[in-house]
Write a protein that binds this ligand. Structure first.
Ligand SMILES: [Zn+2]
Length: 309
């Protein structure tokens, strides 16, 4: 077992900075240099500056942690910080993931032919890969985190690889690539989507799910922001990001749970503009703070109400 990491406390003390330097960046989706800071705190009340891109409305941490800082965070702290897990995943985590895998498989299963080749990009403990194998598909997955990757490998063998997406490659293509709650952790989501497209068979699908930062119920304001999620999407700028990778929506299961196929949007800048409008109405002009307190008070009365946008 790893020694207890006491410096993890630096990720919890309110009103202090996270332990990173980072650097100023352009929008990770559209590369626009124009952005506005909309929040200086996150859900732990720690100091973290979040900006909204003036073109597409992506929320992003700025200064952005460097690659080395993120790598250090993920290798030393992430699972312990967010899931309380040290060397092995917790039972509660596994039960939750099995339920999520079943729900996702119900969405996408009817669109797959028998024996489809599938890839889970950032497969965690491997529940979706296992579900696809049980359904008779030729399922694969990869995971960069050692502890969860080893757990998945222990269950599913060499169908699971422990590698980063920038380094992995496959000698074949896939009919379905899934990417559940991964893109919001990446500084370069469009490059990641392009890599998925390069692995896609003709007619193949890419099923992406991310947290919905355009949600009006609940809208937690800056309480929806946290360090591990370096970017935040709403429906419109997720569609716009996928467009930049050569994809268009095929099926929309939820605002930020979308199946994409190869294709081009006819009016991509409309999606960027709507993405910006939604982000500003929920986070701009002091709304990140206003909506945080509204949500906290509404919880006391047990009546969270949608925020008008
Ligand atoms: Zn942008």
């Amino acid at each position: 077992m790893q020694p207890l990491q006491l410096d993890l406390i630096n990720y919890f003390i309110p009103f202090t900075k996270y332990p990173y330097e980072g650097s100023q960046v352009a929008c990770p989706v559209c590369a626009s240099e124009q952005h506005d800071p909309v929040a200086t705190l996150d859900r732990r009340l720690k100091r973290l500056t979040t900006c909204v891109c003036s073109h597409c409305g992506l929320l992003f941490t700025n200064p952005m942690p460097t690659d080395d800082e993120l790598a250090q965070y993920y290798s030393r702290y992430y699972r312990l910080d967010y899931q309380g897990a040290r060397d092995t995943p917790k039972q509660g985590h596994l039960s939750k993931r099995i339920g999520e895998a079943e729900a996702r498989a119900q969405h996408i299963g009817p669109q797959l032919i028998k024996g489809a080749r599938t890839l889970d990009f950032g497969c965690g403990t491997g529940e979706f890969v296992a579900n696809m194998l049980d359904a008779g598909h030729d399922a694969h997955g990869f995971e960069p985190g050692q502890a969860y990757g080893r757990y998945a490998q222990g269950k599913l063998g060499d169908r699971i690889r422990i590698q980063r997406w920038q380094e992995i490659d496959y000698p074949f293509t896939f009919d379905l690539i899934t990417c559940f709650h991964v893109l919001e952790h990446l500084k370069d989501p469009v490059v990641a989507l392009q890599r998925m497209v390069s692995w896609l068979s003709p007619g193949g699908l890419i099923y992406v799910e991310v947290p919905n930062m355009g949600s009006t119920l609940p809208c937690k304001g800056f309480g929806g922001l946290h360090f591990a999620h370096v970017i935040g999407f709403n429906y419109h700028n997720l569609v716009y990001a996928a467009h930049r990778a050569g994809l268009e929506p095929s099926h929309v299961h939820s605002d930020t749970g979308i199946v994409f196929r190869r294709g081009r949007l006819s009016e991509p800048n409309d999606e960027a503009k709507r993405g910006h409008d939604v982000a500003m109405s929920l986070f701009g002009n002091g709304n990140a703070t206003r909506n945080y307190f509204k949500y906290q008070f509404s919880k006391i009365w047990g009546r969270p109400e949608p925020v008008a946008i």
